[in-house]
Design a protein around this ligand. Sequence first.
Ligand code: SAH
Length: 249
Amino acid sequence: MGTPQDLRRVVVVLDEPQDPVNIGGVVRAMKNMGLSRLYLVGPVDFDPWRIEGVAHTGLDVIESARVFDRLEDAIADAHLVLGTTARGRRVRRNYRRPREAGIEVLAACRAGQEVALVFGREDRGLSNAALDLCSRVVVIPSDPEHASLNLAQAVLILAYEVFLAAGSELPFKEPRHTAARARREEFGILFQEIEASLHAVDFFKAHKVEPIMRTVREVAARADLDERETALFKAMAYEVRNFLDRHGL
Ligand code: SAH
């Protein structure tokens, strides 16, 4: 599918990422969610091929990634900057949850604005000074005792919300074989077969025919069996009797 048009305005900014494996994970998450622009601020030394090895894809994202010395420079062109942190701190900020953030990001993109999603370093996250540069701060809800997510997983969650807000998800494909709903006559034969096979195994010795068969009909109606499925169950019931006959039982 490639990057949906609206999402081209979104940049993922990693502030001082320390581990190439995480950068690879971020690239993969971006590819999954239709994002393609990556900015790195003072990253650890990395080999693009190693990152591609982790990401399994996305060499284009790595090769076109821009590297900056200062976060200020990386976000200079953005109109809307969303920082992320594991813990809403005491400081008053414009906190957002991922869902609202995704919607806001999309609205900004559609208004022709550039959006930066900023993520902090693995060991200590974004500093207060870095969060001061952000007009929104997104906190992904999590267990307070284990609030901090892996960097790439945090990127994935936010990128997913942006992807959904963009309406980029395709409907599930129709199953390859769609059989028509079974005709009533076929249905009738199915129940005859089931009833006959239940008789053959003496099921009704302990159960009344009518309520049992009513339940069977009700379940079949609820399952909305198609022609193929009806034929399959009919064959199963038929084979029960056939087996008993063959073995003289
Ligand atoms: N020990 C650091 C954890 C940093 S995790 C701390 O407590 O801040 C690396 C980055 O992943 C964070 O800077 C943030 O960008 C992102 N992240 C991790 N957990 C997050 C959460 N629950 N909500 C939003 N972002 C999160």
